[in-house]
Design a protein around this ligand. Structure first.
Ligand SMILES: Nc1nc2c(ncn2[C@@H]2O[C@H](COP(=O)(O)OP(=O)(O)OP(=O)(O)O)[C@@H](O)[C@H]2O)c(=O)[nH]1
Ligand SMILES: [Mg+2]
Length: 403
């Protein structure tokens, strides 16, 4: 009898406990009332702070969907005001200008080269008597504009011959002759597309190199804009780790057009930043990764070796599509020496001539192409964000000799 009573007591206790559990787990939790009005989608998300967990702690009890009560139609009248979130000013993403016809738009910026080279030559060629002295002056004009010795001699020879065959000549004919011959020198048939679309795998990889202050970072930023204007997505790699300011400078360019910048610690290994930039570019599905490098003197062997390493490390991902050498057009012949050394360390595939707006030495286009056998692909014509133009030989020569 006692055992029966004991069994009954145990059964009652167990059932009661189970019931309590079930009831306990079914206990409904009303949600806090929603804030009045539509949700504020412009408010920035709350940022996590140091010490906060990135994830919800695992041990926190989870609720299932059935357990959630929908808010009552008649919401309680005492609604707490949502905390005022201070909105950070989000700068608007800029829409850069299209690149087509930029050189034509910026042609006036070449006026110094135009006066020295184009107008100078036309005036000389228009002289009544084209004697030896005049031809020498023509030669000097070309040399002063940094066309280079060999190309200058070729041009003068061809002009002399054609002027002789022509006999009497009108200004229009002379202009036509000069235009044709300058165009031949500049090379109308070179492929000047900046290669950013590899055949097999994304992203396209472009590395920008050159000596200090030539305009590498500016060019990288401007090029990002050009690509974004063409509908491509861009990741920037700040492989100039010498100064934090260099990465900031690049990041500022990127932020203006919504391009993400990968950066490393100041003084860190530039090759690993470049590597990571391509890695992140891949993961993000970006179209193009642009790698900005630190300015380095071509005479410093250690720095040049480092540049070679950056290239080799990036190539663990994929071959580079472009290595752009940025040359400051105002430095003239020294640019050619730089070009030679850089070409030995990293295969240069394209040249960017910057600061052509501030010089009368537009002839450097011809000289540097001859030196490297590599085309000028882009030219910088000012400090403005859209002052980078695809190099078009015809538009360039037209700008030099004027209308
Ligand atoms: N007028 C003119 N100025 C330019 C042009 N391109 C760049 N600059 C200016 O040249 C200066 C140097 O440009 P950066 O882009 O910082 O040069 P960098 O090669 O990255 O310099 P480092 O990283 O220090 O080697 C800046 O003041 C630019 O605004 C151009 O086409 N025309
Ligand atoms: Mg820089």
């Amino acid at each position: 009898m006692e055992t029966i009573i004991l069994a009954v007591v145990i059964a009652v206790v167990v059932l009661g406990a189970l019931g309590g559990l079930v009831v306990g787990s079914r206990r409904r939790k009303p949600l806090p009332p929603p804030p009045p009005g539509p949700p504020d989608i412009t408010a920035p998300e709350a940022e996590p702070h140091v010490g906060e967990e990135a994830e919800t702690p695992r041990e926190e009890p989870r609720r299932t969907i059935e357990e959630v009560d929908l808010p009552e139609a008649s919401a309680p009248t005492t609604v707490e005001e949502p905390p005022v979130v201070e909105e950070l000013p989000v700068p608007p993403i800029e829409v850069p200008e299209p690149t087509a016809g930029r050189l034509v738009r910026l042609r006036a910026r070449l006026s110094r080269s135009q006066n020295a080279l184009g107008k100078g030559l036309l005036t000389l060629l228009s002289r009544e008597h084209l004697d030896e002295d005049t031809w020498e002056e023509i030669e000097d004009t070309l040399l002063t504009a940094d066309v280079g010795v060999q190309p200058t001699q070729e041009l003068v020879e061809r002009l002399r011959e054609r002027v002789r065959v022509l006999g009497t000549r009108t200004p229009e004919e002379l202009r036509g002759l000069l235009r044709e011959e300058l165009l031949t020198l500049v090379g109308p048939d070179m492929d000047r597309t900046v290669k950013t679309e590899p055949a097999t795998s994304k992203p396209g990889i472009v590395m920008v190199v050159g000596v200090n202050g030539t305009g590498k970072t500016t060019t990288t930023g401007k090029l990002a804009r050009v690509l974004v204007a063409d509908g491509r997505s861009v990741v920037l790699g700040a492989a100039d780790t010498f100064r934090a300011a260099a990465a900031d400078q690049l990041q500022t360019w990127g932020e203006r057009v919504g391009a993400y910048t990968v950066r490393g610690p100041e003084g860190g290994d530039p090759a690993s930043v470049a590597f990571d930039a391509v890695k992140e570019g891949k993961e993000m599905g970006a179209d193009v990764v642009l790698i900005d490098t630190a300015g380095r003197l071509h005479t410093k062997t250690g720095l040049m070796d480092e540049l070679g390493k950056v290239k080799r490390v990036v190539e663990k991902h994929a071959p580079l599509d472009e290595v752009l050498l940025v040359l400051d057009a105002t430095t003239g012949q020294n640019g050619l020496v730089q070009a030679r050394v850089f070409a030995e360390v990293v295969d240069i595939t394209g040249i960017v001539l910057t600061k052509l707006d501030g010089t009368a030495k537009g002839g450097i286009v011809v000289a540097v192409q001859r030196e490297l056998g590599v085309p000028v692909k882009l030219i910088g014509l000012g400090e403005g964000a859209d002052d980078l133009a695809p190099f078009e030989p015809e538009a360039f020569v037209d700008a030099l000799i004027g209308d």
